[in-house]
Write a protein that binds this ligand. Structure first.
Ligand code: BG6
Ligand code: MG
Length: 222
């Protein structure tokens, strides 16, 4: 198939498709408590889009704590076990509003659709919320070696879609994710707070603010 000028649309997962930040927060907070460390909601905000390893490094740094490499590995494992426990019963009701409508409009228009997530749990989460069939390509934390703001995850997604980066757009809720999209040479749309996502081309509070006309005229129509 000739993919020239076909549009690729790459979605981040956490905070864009599904509201997992609250589960990550509880898991990190329980872990911090077990070690006598401080971890607040504001701290959690700074971990959006940040890999599991980097998140633990930051929590240690904020608490001026030093641990052995063995304990570091053990805590990473423990955090994920707590997180998996919290999302065990996740179902389609945890999709963020209107995400399925946007996916459907893009699919109906023939766009290539990809996931570009830092999470190593992305595939089971997409399955739980029953959105996997929309995605032509999934690139997640198990496939990349460099975390956002490095563009690797989005460049891999574009490559697997067979679409040039300049013909791709990204939806992201994290500052590092917007930076990664721009570093990949892609258009970057923010989902969330415009005061934070200042580098995005445009920011929508959530997908309810992105109507089909805008998608057709300004995203698909470019
Ligand atoms: C990102 C989340 O998408 O994935 C981060 O915004 C999270 O909060 C990161 O730390 C890694 O996720 P996981 O599921 O591999 O621990
Ligand atoms: Mg995110």
């Amino acid at each position: 198939m000739n993919n020239k000028n076909r549009l690729g649309v790459i979605f981040d997962l956490d905070g864009v498709i599904v509201d997992t930040a609250k589960h990550h927060f509880i898991a990190w907070q329980q872990l911090a408590q077990s070690q006598g460390w401080h971890f607040s909601l504001e701290d959690n905000e700074q971990l959006k889009g940040v890999s599991r390893v980097r998140s633990l490094e930051l929590i240690l740094q904020w608490n001026k704590a030093q641990i052995t490499p063995e304990l570091f590995e053990q805590l990473l494992k423990e955090k994920n076990e707590r997180y998996l426990n919290l999302i065990r019963d996740m179902d389609p009701s945890e999709r963020l509003p209107d995400v399925q409508r946007v996916l459907q409009v893009l699919k109906d228009s023939g766009c290539g659709i990809a996931l570009g997530s830092a999470s190593k749990n992305a595939r089971p989460i997409l399955d739980k919320i029953e959105l996997t069939p929309y995605f032509d390509v999934i690139v997640d934390g198990t496939n990349v070696s460099k975390a956002k703001p490095d563009p690797e995850v989005f460049l891999q997604a574009a490559n697997q879609l067979g679409i040039a980066p300049e013909d791709c757009v990204v939806f992201e809720d994290a500052v590092a994710g917007i930076q990664a999209a721009k570093a990949a040479g892609m258009r970057a749309f923010g989902i969330g707070d415009p005061e934070q996502l200042t580098q995005a081309e445009r920011v929508f509070k959530d997908f309810t603010q992105l109507d089909n006309t805008y998608i057709e005229q300004h995203i698909i129509g470019r």
